[in-house]
Design a protein around this ligand. Sequence first.
Ligand SMILES: N[C@@H](CCC(=O)N[C@@H](CS)C(=O)NCC(=O)O)C(=O)O
Length: 200
Amino acid sequence: MKLFYVPKTRATRPRWVLEELGVPYELVRLQAGPAGTRSPEHLARNPLGHVPVLEDRGQYVFESGAICMHLADLFPERRLLPPPGTVDRAHAYQWVLFSLTEMEPPLIELSAEARKPDVEKNASVIAGARARFGKVADLLEAVLRDRKYLVGDAFGVADVMVGATLAWAGAMRLVEARPSLEGYLTQLRARPAWQRALVD
Ligand SMILES: N[C@@H](CCC(=O)N[C@@H](CS)C(=O)NCC(=O)O)C(=O)O
């Protein structure tokens, strides 16, 4: 298997899963831009020119959540996803999709605002996105108050997707004063597999 990868991006998520699984894989580092993610070779893998892309048996899969779940399915004995058809499995889908559709959109807006020069920043967009992320963070803070992991009592793909997205939020100081979230992130950061996935 090959993972097409740019450091410090959403491609860290499947790299983290691969490191948790401890299986052999080739990491293909690309640069963002015309020489890498926007090259004809990479556009053939993902026409949007995005990473991550997984190459598996000569075919390509894109979308970080899909790749992480596929990797977990390839090694069911490692239990990074609960068995199909169980309610735990449905909860894993719930959290993976929650990370992508509820957590990410306000973070994308805030990151775009942060890149603008001060005079162009839109205070109402920033306030709206912070408020939306605040609701999501409050929900997670309540869920994680008395549990270690999001699904059942074991670490899994749901924790990779939500944890990596929370780390992005943490870099924007959006998880402060939420002790359950801070504790959850500290626990995830201590995992050797995540540390290895962050070594560029
Ligand atoms: N929804 C996609 C988003 C992928 C995405 O936006 N990737 C960014 C990095 S985080 C990227 O490839 N940027 C490089 C580029 O646009 O050239 C996923 O979760 O995989």
